[in-house]
Design a protein around this ligand. Structure first.
Ligand code: NAD
Length: 256
């Protein structure tokens, strides 16, 4: 059961907050008392998420900001906007923005490889770095950086050489960030979703989905809210002695 005030007076930024897992994370963090900055490339969907966010107290204020996480300039502008609005950097940073551009390795265009790396891996690096720098500069005593990898970063997946490489990279980035930033009180952890029902997986043919679902020990796709539950735990002090880990939220897919 959610503790409704676990994130009271926390400020969180969520990239990819306009859809799927990112939207569910925004809703969950807000429901636990955090002020949430919904950051997404898609302005309209970010505004739609913003409209759904709950407010428990007068001090809890949310906003939506358009950002392209693959651009350093855009990410730095996002952090500047947040600091101007709230007079502090976000102490919770969730990198959920991500894309797929699937093709078999033998046919994959270099451009499509680069595009996925730019958003999923470099975008996570840029946001993690910008928020961490702001936290250290502000002398903050704690922070929680949460990245979103994927189970396919560990096991690979047909047609996803670019995507699985980007997600394996996110895990390595997160573990290194955890080692470097712990002395500033900043914890860094990675969530590895399995197959979650979102607009991203809506693109996958029904036949493939039912084959994949049959491989999941819990026998179904996951819901974005089930990923958001873990994210809220990692954002909160309930996980205060946890850093540098990857948590699979995959219904038991690929156990062992
Ligand atoms: P989604 O497509 O529903 O949402 C992704 C969001 O990211 C969109 O709102 C999109 O506008 C935003 N985005 C894309 N490029 C961006 C950019 N350059 N800058 C800012 N925002 C950008 O996808 P989802 O399923 O909710 O995925 C969220 C995260 O979870 C992704 O990193 C994805 O790789 C990861 N993931 C998803 C699944 C799954 O089964 N759905 C499994 C494993 C990992």
């Amino acid at each position: 059961m959610a503790a409704p005030t676990r994130l009271l007076s926390r400020l969180a930024v969520v990239s990819g907050g306009g859809s799927g897992i990112g939207r569910a994370v925004c809703q969950r963090l807000a429901s636990e008392g955090a002020s949430v900055v919904v950051a997404d490339r898609n302005e309209e969907s970010a505004s739609q998420t913003l409209e759904t966010l709950s407010r428990h107290s007068k001090g809890q204020e949310h906003m939506a900001v358009t950002v392209d996480v693959s651009s350093r300039e855009s990410v730095e502008k996002l952090v500047t906007i947040i600091q101007c609005q709230y007079f502090q950097p976000p102490s919770v940073c969730v990198s959920a923005a991500g894309i797929t551009q699937d093709e078999f390795l033998l046919k994959m265009e270099e451009e499509d490889f680069d595009k996925v790396i730019q958003v999923n891996l470099k975008g996570t690096f840029l946001l993690t770095q910008a928020v961490s720098k702001a936290l250290v500069a502000a002398g903050a005593s704690k922070g929680s950086i949460i990245t979103v990898g994927s189970i396919v970063g560990k096991v690979g997946n047909l047609g996803q050489a670019n995507y699985s490489a980007s997600k394996a990279g996110v895990e390595g980035l997160t573990r290194t960030a955890a080692k470097e930033l712990s002395r500033y009180g900043i914890r860094c952890n990675c969530i590895l979703p399995g197959f979650i029902t979102t607009p991203m997986t809506d693109k996958v043919p029904e036949k493939v989905i039912s084959k994949l679902t049959s491989m999941v020990p819990l026998g179904r796709m996951g819901e974005p809210a089930e990923v958001a539950d873990v994210c809220a735990f990692l954002a909160s002090d309930d996980s205060r002695y946890i850093t540098g880990v990857s948590i699979e939220v995959a219904g038991g897919l690929f156990i062992g």
